[in-house]
Ligand binder design. Structure first.
Ligand SMILES: [Zn+2]
Length: 363
């Protein structure tokens, strides 16, 4: 992996960056938003559509793919890229968060985490080493390490304990990796405690990773608290390496992260909202850099005879060819095409939003 910064811009909140990240399956212009394809499929989209709407890298989830179809199947298919017919970069999340949030029974020890599959109740054991092996078998361009995710709200002591266990796991993961063509990112934990975040960041940098993620945010704290913590963590990380804010967020959250020096984002929001009949569209706003946005509920009767596009300022395929009235009709009838059109437009909106932020930095 090569990461080159093209421009840095001082903002009231930190230093925004534009760069190019070179991975085995292609170059990515940052800051970048990664559409989420948990099960090796960005819901309702095919790979050629993702390419058309400007996606440069997508996210898959190692936890889910371990349960179904299993790493052996993906490996036999020739790896994740071949399996899902996506030839651009892929990042896999390790599943630390999913083990925590989805598994029925979960027991964490210093060795690893025992859990029962939410799919069929079968028993599994993840260790930092087994997750590295899993990701090396799946073959993404970037893999995330396994970390210990705890329930919130948590005490300082519980947060510190989970963070230190995650650091110990990070060291084991780094030692165990064997694929030179795959990058591995460490994950900075520590809740809303700056001193814990610093201890974690220092320890991870000492171990040495290809990039660094900020985890454990967007889990119930306010946007202001999240922004502040992001602004405190980014200066703790090596400027010459990529930074990834996990699971975030709304267009506003992405802009706030970029202004504080984050390079990469992922979130289910644009695709999930689409499947719930919501279009994310442009809105009048002068305060933001990338513009304003609003959510439009397409089920509302007001759209029934509105033959204007979803977003009059959008140049995507959907807005060029379909009306609000048609998407409203599809949404009312739960037609699959409705979810497809909204997903396409929402992801296009996110890609355009990131390009505008990037251009602002470059200028
Ligand atoms: Zn559009």
């Amino acid at each position: 992996m090569k990461f080159q910064l093209q421009a840095q811009k001082e903002t009231p909140f930190g230093i925004a960056r534009a760069g190019v990240l070179e991975l085995p399956h292609g170059k990515i212009e940052t800051p970048v938003f990664m559409p989420v394809g948990t099960l090796a499929s960005v819901k309702a989209m095919l790979p050629h559509e993702l390419e058309e709407l400007g996606a440069q890298i997508i996210l898959n989830n190692a936890f889910h793919l371990h349960l179904r179809p299993g790493a052996e199947t993906v490996k036999s298919a020739g790896g994740l890229h071949k399996f899902q017919n996506w030839n651009k970069p892929i990042l896999t999340d390790s599943g630390g968060f999913q083990v925590f949030s989805l598994a029925k029974i979960r027991k964490v020890t210093d060795e690893g985490v025992h859990f029962q599959s939410p799919v069929d109740g079968s028993k599994h054991f993840f260790t930092p080493e087994s997750v590295i092996e899993l990701e090396e078998a799946l073959g993404p361009d970037i893999g995330m390490i396994l970390d210990d995710v705890i329930a919130l709200p948590a005490t300082f002591d519980a947060t510190a304990k989970a963070m230190r266990r995650s650091v110990a796991w990070a060291a084991r993961a780094a030692k165990h990796r064997s694929r030179a063509d795959q990058s591995i990112f460490g994950i900075v934990q520590g809740g809303l405690h700056e001193e814990l975040r610093r201890e974690c960041a220092d320890a991870l940098v000492q171990i040495g990773f290809d990039g660094y993620a900020i985890g454990g945010l967007a889990v119930g704290e306010t946007s202001d608290q999240m922004d502040e913590m992001v602004g405190r963590v980014t200066p703790m990380l090596p400027p010459e390496q990529p930074r990834y804010l996990m699971g975030v967020g709304t267009p506003r959250d992405l802009e706030a992260g970029v202004l504080r020096g984050v390079d990469m984002f992922d979130c289910v929001l644009p695709t999930r909202l689409a499947r719930h009949n919501v279009a994310i569209i442009s809105a009048e706003e002068t305060s933001g850099i990338a513009g304003g946005f609003q959510n439009l509920n397409m089920l509302k009767a007001v759209h029934k005879n509105d033959f204007s596009p979803l977003d009059s300022r959008c140049s995507c395929f959907v807005c060029q060819n379909y009306s609000r009235a048609y998407v409203h009709h599809l949404s009312k009838c739960s037609e699959i095409a409705g979810a497809r059109l909204l997903t396409y437009h929402n992801l296009w909106f996110y890609q355009k939003w990131m390009r505008r932020l990037r251009e602002w930095i470059l200028q």
